[in-house]
Ligand binder design. Structure first.
Ligand code: ME8
Length: 538
């Protein structure tokens, strides 16, 4: 049962964010990976009965966007509007992302508050004017340390390259405003020490701690050679550095400076989900900005690995043309949402392969899970006229299923809900699916059905009830990952009539046995995971 509005009044929401993505191009598999992870995490917490806030959006300022718009002969605003409306929002809708808000950094609710934030820091003496001279990568929108650059070869011989983009960096010499980031090193280290959970995974945490230990430099927070950005309020020849502008979305979107109640009920984020490429911004610069303002810092910055293609980080330039929609049209949206979280350990890099996806789809989704659902519905139809029978002959085999379910629930809840170990949590649920399949294979209900004695009928009823009640739990546990097929299964079990909406079922309660009442109307619904068509030739 969902927690009631009164219970939740005033409580802080479990607040999760994705990065706000650059709209210089359409979203690709990498962006969808983070956003789906956020969606699964927040759906899981909603199904714990918690109040939740899930934010995503787009990062629209800076030189990269400006240059892309110029190259396409339109204004940056026109470019962003088009991409957001025609590419970004439609993809999130297609992937069934249930975000509570979508922030765009060109919105006034954001820009005005960014100016106020920066003005405040300036008034507090945290910002000073100086000169920046050094390399800058427009691809990363980041100031680089000379020591991190690569020596160019071939067409780039004699130039210094960004280690991420493998393209020449630009040499900047500008009058800039600086934030006194260097002063926050000790405070940050103290925070990391006191809150070991602040940066996830452990390897990422160590990397950040090392960077901060080596000493931080002050951060240039303005640019003066172009104007696509939020103006520095006291000096409009400068625009605010795009990362300072972007990070603040996490505050401005939840009422910073405009709706104190909403802000207090939401901020700070419990989890900032990020790719490891932008961990430093979130785990060093962002908390330092908040500390300078006397605001609370986020609970956790969780960095995941990269989706790789051909041994390199998947990016707009090396995608080999695979779009999320190419995969969803072949495998379906639910399988897409499931695959990347199931196949790649969150936090580590992973490669996508069409073969691996097809293989896992067929063995785990279609054969193990989909078949189980359709076989059970078919047998309840055939042997009991579609009315779920009562279990009156529970024995050891049934107890093993109940125990297996209790274990799967506890493990999935801990791994997905707390540890962000999506692969481990999903595996726990699918181990249970396997166990139920094994149970049916051993119990052979199709053989028991041949015997019409009372004892055999009771046995058959018990076996089918056990399998259906197990499926009831699977629908609840998999709803966060695969909302469409879980809904179909819920319908096929006739569960809504007695238990209510699937999204209102609490995950931590999914193991309580006996929830699906005898007499429920079980129908053979749509096939959950149809057989795949011939794989496309690549
Ligand atoms: O960095 N594998 O935006 P961005 C996994 N605007 N995830 C990937 C990926 C890959 N190959 N490629 C991209 C920005 N991502 C800034 C963020 S936040 C205040 C500002 C995902 O469009 C991953 O989440 O370059 C990564 O961190 C993000 O997209 C970068 O998106």
């Amino acid at each position: 049962m969902a927690a009631t509005g009164t219970e939740q009044q005033g409580a802080k929401a479990f607040y999760v964010t994705t990065p706000i993505y650059y709209v210089n191009d359409a979203p690709h598999l990498g962006h969808a990976y983070t956003t789906v992870a956020g969606d699964v995490l927040t759906r899981w917490h909603r199904q714990r009965g918690e109040k939740v806030w899930f934010l995503t959006g787009t990062d629209e300022h800076g030189q990269k966007i400006m240059r892309t718009a110029e190259a396409n002969g339109v204004s940056p605003q026109e470019w962003c509007d088009k991409l957001v409306e025609e590419a970004w929002k439609p993809l999130w809708e297609h992937l069934e992302i249930a975000n509570d808000d979508f922030i765009r950094t060109t919105q006034e609710r954001h820009t005005v508050r960014v100016q106020e934030f920066v003005q405040d820091l300036y008034d507090k003496g945290e910002i000073y004017k100086g000169e920046y001279e050094g390399p800058y990568c427009v691809g990363c929108e980041e100031y680089k340390s000379p020591g991190d650059l690569l020596d160019g070869e071939g067409e780039y011989a004699g130039e210094k390259l960004c280690p991420v983009h493998k393209k020449p960096v630009e040499s900047l010499k500008e009058e800039n405003y600086f934030f006194k980031l260097s002063e926050y090193g000790p405070k940050l280290l103290e925070h990391y020490e006191k809150h070991p959970e602040f940066i996830q995974p452990e390897s990422a945490r160590n990397e950040v701690v090392n960077i901060v230990r080596q000493g931080l430099e002050d951060l240039s927070i303005s640019r003066s050679t172009f104007d696509w950005g939020v103006k520095i309020p006291w000096d409009d020849k400068h625009v605010i550095y795009v990362w300072v502008d972007a990070l603040l979305n996490y505050a401005t979107a939840v009422g910073y400076g405009s709706d104190q109640k909403k802000f207090e009920e939401t901020f700070p984020a419990d989890v900032h989900l990020v790719g490891k490429d932008i961990l430093r911004f979130h785990a060093v610069i962002w908390p330092a900005m908040l500390m300078a303002q006397g605001l609370p810092v986020p609970g956790r910055v969780a960095a995941h690995g990269w989706l790789m293609v051909g041994g390199e980080k998947m990016s707009k330039s090396n995608l080999t043309g695979i779009k999320p929609q190419d995969l969803t049209s072949h495998f379906g949206v639910d399988a897409y949402r499931w695959y990347f979280l199931r196949a790649i350990q969150f936090g580590q890099d992973g490669s996508f392969s069409w073969e691996d996806f097809s293989h896992r789809y067929t063995s785990e989704l279609a054969n193990d899970y989909g078949n189980l659902a359709s076989r059970v519905a078919a047998m309840v139809g055939k042997y009991f006229g579609g009315s779920l029978p009562e279990a009156t002959a529970d024995g050891e085999a049934e107890q093993a299923i109940k125990d297996g379910l209790a274990k799967a629930v506890a493990e999935a809840d801990r791994r997905i809900g707390d540890e962000l170990d999506f692969a481990g949590g999903i595996a726990a649920i699918f181990d249970f699916v396997k166990q139920v399949n094994g149970y049916l294979t051993e119990q052979e209900p199709w053989k028991v059905a041949k015997d019409s004695s009372d004892e055999a009928r009771a046995r058959l009823a018990t076996i089918l009830y056990t399998a259906a009640e197990s499926l009831r739990a699977c629908a609840v546990l998999l709803n966060a990952v695969m909302p469409r097929t879980s809904g179909l299964l819920w319908d096929s079990l006739g569960a809504e009539a007695s238990l209510g909406a699937l999204a209102d079922q609490h995950v931590q309660d999914a193991g309580r046995w006996g929830q699906l009442p005898a007499g429920s109307t079980v129908t053979k619904g749509a096939v959950l995971f149809p057989r795949l068509e011939e794989p496309k030739s690549e």
